[in-house]
Design a protein around this ligand. Structure first.
Ligand SMILES: NC(=O)C1=CN([C@@H]2O[C@H](COP(=O)(O)OP(=O)(O)OC[C@H]3O[C@@H](n4cnc5c(N)ncnc54)[C@H](O)[C@@H]3O)[C@@H](O)[C@H]2O)C=CC1
Ligand SMILES: O=C(O)[C@@H]1CCC=N1
Length: 269
């Protein structure tokens, strides 16, 4: 793709997306520019990806055909004030922030802009991201193709109507954090039984990867896949029974509710 891609902010999520775009050879490093607050972050990002870097957000905005706003939600208004005069009506603005709506983006820019509200996740770094996308009505078919190709360069992308976008962090934007906790807990359990630590991480992570692939590849209901593991009177049903007693599923649902509540609060930040 010969589009120029800009990132305002070079934090964890921006680095995951930049890494994914470069590794998939979708955007050459020379066509990417990112900004950050500090020279330390900039040298780290330049060292890792050999992209163009600057401390001036306006420079990124002038450079980019597709401009990712990759700062925290409470930094959006300040950053938009800095870049709004540097973007033209053809620039595609992509928000990756939890809670920031298309309406609030339009208000902050104070003019008609092509905007996409998105919610990616950090597995983008290894080409296994999941991004929810919600474009505004100023993007034409070609614009949407470009944005979708960028997101698909580091994983899968799904269109989601805006009224559901607040629900996305809990299920896929933030959920890698809970899955990492689960993998860490599985490995701790293995270490407790005597397995070496590094081997425990490999076994736990591969089991999670394999289980996720079974859900995606077979289309079989997760409950049925769980049943297939539980031999009658065996060990797994004992573990499942303990997880139910300890409210494993209830804890996940409660965590997701608190995540979504916070997303709605961030919208007002
Ligand atoms: N971390 C994740 O897994 C995900 C994050 N997001 C969204 O990504 C955005 C960034 O989050 P993270 O990458 O986690 O945070 P982060 O703190 O790692 O990155 C934010 C970066 O923005 C920089 N920054 C702050 N003010 C700036 C300014 N005025 N100009 C230029 N750069 C500035 C900071 O120095 C920092 O490097 C948030 O809006 C978040 O909702 C979305 C999906 C997943
Ligand atoms: O923690 C956050 O607010 C962001 C949104 C999804 C993942 N990280």
């Amino acid at each position: 793709m010969n589009k120029k891609v800009g990132f305002i902010g070079s934090g964890n999520m921006a680095q995951a997306m930049i890494g994914g775009m470069i590794q998939s050879n979708t955007v050459p490093a020379g066509n990417i520019m990112a900004s950050a607050f500090t020279d330390t972050t900039l040298s780290k990002v330049k060292g890792a990806f050999q992209i163009n870097v600057t401390t001036h957000n306006e420079e990124v905005a002038k450079f980019a055909d597709v401009l990712f706003l990759a700062v925290k939600p409470d930094q959006y208004n300040g950053v938009i004030q800095q870049v709004k005069d540097a973007v033209d009506s053809d620039t595609i603005i992509v928000s990756i922030a939890a809670g920031i709506t298309l309406g609030s983006l339009k208000n902050a820019f104070g003019k008609k802009i092509k905007a996409v509200r998105s919610m990616p996740n950090t597995p983008s770094l290894v080409g296994e991201g999941l991004s929810a996308l919600c474009p505004n009505d100023l993007l034409d078919e070609e614009d949407l193709k470009i944005v979708t190709a960028l997101f698909e360069s580091f994983g899968k992308a799904e269109l989601v109507p805006e009224y559901l976008m607040d629900a996305i962090p809990a299920i896929s934007g933030s959920s890698p954090a809970y899955v990492f906790m689960f993998i860490e807990a599985l490995a701790d359990g293995g270490v407790k039984q005597g397995l070496p630590r590094q081997q425990a991480y490999r076994l736990a992570a591969q089991a999670v990867l394999g289980a996720a692939k079974m859900v995606l590849d077979t289309g079989i209901h997760p409950g049925e896949l769980k049943d297939q593991v539980c031999s009658p009177g065996g060990a797994t049903i004992e573990a499942v029974s303990t997880l139910e007693k300890e409210q494993f599923r209830g804890a996940v649902l409660a965590a997701m509710e608190s995540c979504t509540k916070k997303v709605k609060e961030l919208a007002g930040s």
